[in-house]
Design a protein around this ligand. Structure first.
Ligand SMILES: Nc1ncnc2c1ncn2[C@@H]1O[C@H](COP(=O)(O)OP(=O)(O)OP(=O)(O)O)[C@@H](O)[C@H]1O
Ligand SMILES: [Mg+2]
Length: 356
């Protein structure tokens, strides 16, 4: 169980530990085998979650996404009319474990595309590979038409493809504001030649600060502005990560379990933010285990199992897909033919409990 994601630093721990500042976005996400707190979502009432995420009618962004995907067949590896991310033959093994083996995957621009699958299916590893945070054994992938298979993470970020981590990464000894401001990459003041000209970076810094403040408002963190990130709850750090990712107006944002550890009141606003980003034209790839959330928010769903894409489609295609249900429950359960239809939400919960 990861304390990082769910529990605030105990009271009285205002001064973070000396090495806490090293907990930064500086490497490969080492989240395998670490249990992220999923009880929060498992315990939460289904009605509460569904109620929190359903909106009356569809937004213009959802309508656009549905129209764009209307003619697309619900088949693994299917081509999309306007793919922003295209991956081919991406493979990664850890020892004997084939963590990722994606033959072909396209993500349609301007959609909320969910990546789902049981624990250990390879979702986070796929994120790490395509965002440049880990090296693939083989494969090619492109973002917005540019081959980024060999590009380092910072260059990929500069191209407008930003990701967040399953386990949050915040600089504990910086304030919330400073953490968000760090997302403002490509600041003029960082450039060698411009740096002596204080007025250039001063005005730049003011712009960055104003944008960070606006994002803190948007993600309901304004009251934490000058607090050390070290005292934030896991949920607040999730929001901080998202705010930081938004500093660069990314064309695509990849969110790895953004809701894990976030309290139900904030979950609703987080989902609202995600939908709003899509409505503004941002492409979202979302890894999430909560099936009510997935079914209500996604324009398209990609299902991973044992590293491979085993199904794709609209929520309705996936809900009743036998391969998906089997991936979640496992063949060994030997479901009798006479079984009543399976609720994928319950199946996912069972899978998580198994993995817990
Ligand atoms: N750095 C690593 N070293 C060794 N094995 C790893 C590493 N990262 C991932 N794995 C293994 O690769 C497989 C895929 O893991 P990954 O974390 O990508 O799954 P996931 O779909 O994100 O799962 P979850 O839903 O639990 O987050 C698992 O078997 C995992 O144990
Ligand atoms: Mg993961």
């Amino acid at each position: 169980m990861s304390a990082e994601n769910t529990h605030p630093v105990p009271p009285g721990a205002e001064s973070p530990p000396p090495d806490a500042s090293l907990e930064a976005d500086d490497g490969v996400e080492a989240d395998h085998g670490v249990e992220v707190d999923r009880e929060v979502e498992v315990d939460r009432g289904v009605e509460e979650r569904a109620g929190a995420t359903k909106t009356e009618g569809r937004s213009a962004g959802a309508e656009r996404a549905a129209a764009a995907l209307a003619g697309v067949a619900a088949e693994p590896g299917v081509a999309k009319p306007d793919a922003i991310l295209v991956a081919d033959d991406v493979a990664k093994a850890f020892g004997g474990v084939r963590a990722v083996r994606v033959e072909h995957l396209e993500v349609q621009r301007g959609t909320i595309t969910a990546l789902i699958g049981p624990n250990g299916a390879g979702k986070s590893t796929f994120f790490n590979l395509v965002s440049g945070f880990d090296h693939a054994d083989s494969g090619r992938w492109s973002f917005d038409g540019k081959d980024i298979s060999k590009a380092p993470a910072y260059r990929i970020a500069r191209l407008g493809m930003i990701r967040t981590f399953q386990l949050t990464k915040a600089l504990m000894r910086l304030t919330t504001l400073e953490n968000v401001m760090l997302g403002g990459i490509d600041q003029r003041g960082e450039r060698l030649l411009a740096s002596p000209w204080r007025w250039i970076w001063r005005s730049q810094e003011r712009e960055v600060e104003a944008r960070a403040d606006a994002l803190l408002e948007r993600f309901q963190l304004a009251h934490m502005r000058d607090e050390f990130a070290g005292i934030m709850s896991g949920g607040q750090r999730k929001l901080l990560e998202m705010a930081r990712a938004m500093m660069v107006n990314p064309a695509m944002i990849m969110l790895d379990e953004p809701m894990a550890g976030v309290n139900p009141a904030l979950t609703q606003s987080l989902l609202g933010h995600i939908e709003q980003l899509r409505d503004e034209g941002t492409t979202i790839i979302l890894v999430e285990h909560d099936m009510d959330v997935i079914m209500s928010i996604s324009d398209w769903i990609v299902v991973f199992a044992q590293g491979a894409v085993i199904a794709e489609g609209r929520p309705n295609d996936i809900r009743s897909n036998a391969k998906v249900i089997e991936a979640y429950l496992g063949k060994s359960r030997g479901l009798p033919d006479t079984s009543p239809p399976i609720d994928l939400g319950a199946a996912a919960t069972a899978s998580q409990e198994e993995g817990a």
